[in-house]
Write a protein that binds this ligand. Sequence first.
Ligand SMILES: [Zn+2]
Length: 250
Amino acid sequence: MEDKELLRYSRHIVIPEIDIYGQEKLANSRILVIGLGGLGSPIAMYLAAAGVGTIILADYDQVELSNLQRQIVHNESSLLKNKAQSAKATLEKLNSKIELIAIEQEQDLPSLKELTRNVDLVFDGTDNFESRININRACWSNKVAFISGAAIRWEGQVSVFDPLQIDTPCYECLYPESSRGSLNETCSETGVVSPLLGIIGSCQAMEGIKYLCGIGAALVGYVSYFDAKKMEWQKLKIAKRASCPTCQGS
Ligand SMILES: [Zn+2]
């Protein structure tokens, strides 16, 4: 590591659990952020600032005026641009020493299986069940961990799913098919208070840095719920379902 990098990441390196070895792990990591919206913005910005070596940014959508209330990786000059490209432009200014790859295509299960094949960690910044289920299945088939987040109105949640850990639940254990109908709300219908995305997305980034440094994510097999009105967190264990179509037997 060069002197400039030692200085740049010095606030990490002085932390005993991270040290120079953890910082090198971050530099050698390749991660995928799916969705560059309200959650993907702080995730990608913190991980770029933290020195994660390769960040793949995937989003097929365009930046709209109503996104700027909370999607802080974009700005007024990004309007009508592709979100992955817009995020890449912001992150290049934040850290020119890392590799940034923008993927503009819409993702389905086969393309997600391809995208998740050679990455160390995946971040789910999407806002609908179909995408989350596909991310879960792609990650489980490639045995790669993913960090899930969701936020609506005043409430959010964070979880880490790691198929490499024995007997650990997956996203579909938490949300089996029968439970999804009534839960499929998006923030375009119900609204979301903008800093909530920063809180939840930053927790995803925090779990990611711990995972990549080998410190261990605290939320593997757990879901942590946050209530912004009360400023309270509640951490619950997720039960592994014997009938789960995705992780059963793995
Ligand atoms: Zn499962």
